[in-house]
Design a protein around this ligand. Structure first.
Ligand code: ZN
Ligand code: ZN
Length: 541
């Protein structure tokens, strides 16, 4: 009897020991990317953020990496999203832009295009997408591998690339928004039919409801003292006008479901869809860690149209703060306080609108690269008798028409030398050089490193262009953009909150590529297959 009792005790303590030794993980990882968020928005609007909102809660109860930088150029959406989740750079992931010129196919390729799959959820072509152009795994793929595919992974974003490049190759699903119908869709890469909960969500016709509501300021107009006055001539009229109130959105019901993206209701729609995914797919319901990858695309559309110093941007972020608070409250009640981990970052920042800079005696301006290129092409056509010698100017790089130049036996070096000289003469262009000379031309080490990190030979051009600080590659005379090496494009927020996260901050320089390896350390899983980042140990308990 005594022996039996001892054996029982031994078993019990054995169980206790083994349960202590089992891997501790949160029930749910939530990744939040704000599409276009400068780090300084955390503090420019700090006093205006709600005490129960998302930003103050994450800043004060979680961990903030105050100096997180993007270590590559171009700083655009596809590159940022894939880098955050794969811990690597375009030179390794192959995601060298939202679009790039493909040398073998001699055409422009979209980052997530996939002609072998079809749309699920609408009859448009918007769902012909997959992660197949991305050459590496994401942290979500690694979580799936670590749990023998028992972890559930779902990507959600209005922009297709925001949900696809994050959730990864082995995701259970990625969903994005189809402008042509105002619904969430997916592709046959993931499924053959939308789940019932997605159909039910779409049937609510929330966009019609949001259009009815319109977009008015959250607080009295006089309180928006951190922003330029409304209705500036350099703001784009994305919603038919460039001043509040935008209460006439009803006219878009049934006609233009794309307009929602340039309003904060685009974030509301994303938030509500993400919450429905958590409930319906039971994310975080058991002890096998799931991953919800959410990207809020609307700040980018708003920012491009109105600029970082606009009332529209301020109002957009005050509202996003509330949505984030709502999401954290929801996760507390559904998954449990302390049972989930959230990180928040951005895929890139943005430059101030050039005319805003100029009216405040600050350096900046517009370079109409598209016009510059077509003028060069005209001159080159007269010189060599070949049309379209420059076939693309994607991602601040010029791509030459190799087949035409080869068959006409034109010396490419001569064309490149001519172009480099001409580019230097353009006001607003700081530097231009042949990509093959990247490691020889005099260039600050930081910029050289960033360009090397962005260079994947099959998907990059022959000539690199760098604009002067404050200058943008413009398509019109309103709005602004991002894409280069400068701090306003590359300095992003990085906040951590919840299970396994210390309270605190670091001012040490950290990088976008450190996010995925840090999650790998937190979850005790392998780093993604192309990861070059390093763990940020300060934030781990
Ligand atoms: Zn973006
Ligand atoms: Zn953008």
């Amino acid at each position: 009897m005594r022996r039996l009792f001892m054996a029982f005790l031994f078993l019990l303590t054995g169980f206790a020991a083994s349960s202590q030794q089992s891997i501790q993980r949160p029930k749910l990882m939530v990744g939040i990317i704000v599409d276009q968020m400068r780090w300084d928005y955390l503090y420019r609007f700090y006093d205006r953020y709600a005490s129960n909102g998302g930003f103050k809660r994450m800043l004060n109860q979680g961990f903030t990496c105050e100096n997180t930088l993007i270590p590559f150029a171009p700083t655009v959406t596809a590159c940022g999203h894939s880098s955050i989740y794969s811990g690597t750079v375009p030179a390794i992931s192959g995601i060298t832009g939202n679009y790039w010129w493909d040398r073998e196919q001699q055409r422009t390729v979209y980052c997530t295009e996939d002609k072998s799959v079809n749309t699920v959820g609408s009859s448009s072509a918007a769902g012909k997408q997959s992660p197949k152009n991305m050459l590496v795994t994401t942290i979500c793929d690694e979580l799936r591998l670590a749990t023998n595919f028992k972890s559930k992974v779902i990507g959600v974003a209005i922009k297709d690339r925001g949900g696809i490049l994050t959730a990864g190759h082995s995701a259970n699903a990625a969903y994005w928004y189809d402008n042509s119908v105002g619904n969430w869709i997916s592709s046959t890469y993931y499924m053959t039919e939308l789940p019932k909960w997605v159909k039910d969500f779409n049937n609510q016709k929330l966009v019609d409801k949001y259009y009815q509501q319109g977009w008015n300021l959250l607080y009295p107009a006089s309180t928006y003292i951190n922003s330029t006055t409304d209705e500036k001539s350099y703001e784009a009229k994305a919603l038919g006008d460039n001043k509040f109130p935008y209460d006439s959105l009803k006219k878009y019901i049934g006609k233009d479901y794309g307009k929602i993206t340039t309003t904060p209701m685009g974030n509301t729609l994303t938030l509500e869809f993400a919450k429905s995914a958590v409930v319906a797919e039971q994310l975080g319901a058991d002890n096998i860690t799931d991953f919800l990858a959410v990207s809020f695309s609307s700040p980018d559309y708003i920012g491009h149209s109105y600029g970082p110093n606009s009332i529209e941007t301020e109002d957009g972020f005050l509202r996003l703060d509330k949505e984030l608070g709502n999401l954290l409250d929801f996760l507390d009640s559904k998954v449990g306080k302390g049972q989930y981990t959230v990180f928040l970052s951005a895929d890139h920042g943005v430059a101030h609108t050039p005319e805003f800079m100029l009216e405040n005696k600050l350096p900046g301006g517009r370079v109409y690269m598209n016009t510059v290129m077509s003028n060069f092409n005209k001159t080159l056509a007269e010189k060599y008798g070949i049309k379209n010698i420059i076939v693309a100017d994607d991602n601040y790089q010029l791509h030459l028409n190799h087949p035409s130049l080869d068959s006409a036996k034109v010396d490419k070096e001569e064309v490149i030398d001519w172009l480099v000289k001409k580019l230097y003469a353009e006001p607003g262009i700081d530097r231009a050089f042949a990509m093959e000379n990247l490691n020889e031309v005099p260039l600050p080490a930081t910029i050289r490193k960033m360009l090397n990190n962005g260079y994947y030979p099959r998907r990059n051009g022959e000539i690199q262009v760098i604009l002067k600080p404050g200058y943008i590659d413009a398509w019109s005379n309103t709005g602004t953009t991002h894409g280069l090496w400068n701090p306003y494009d590359t300095h992003i927020p990085l906040l951590w909150y919840g299970w396994g996260i210390k309270q605190g901050k670091t001012n040490r320089e950290t990088y976008m590529t450190d996010i995925a390896p840090t999650i790998a350390a937190l979850l005790h899983i392998q780093m993604p297959s192309g990861s070059v980042g390093t763990v940020i140990p300060e934030l781990l308990k």
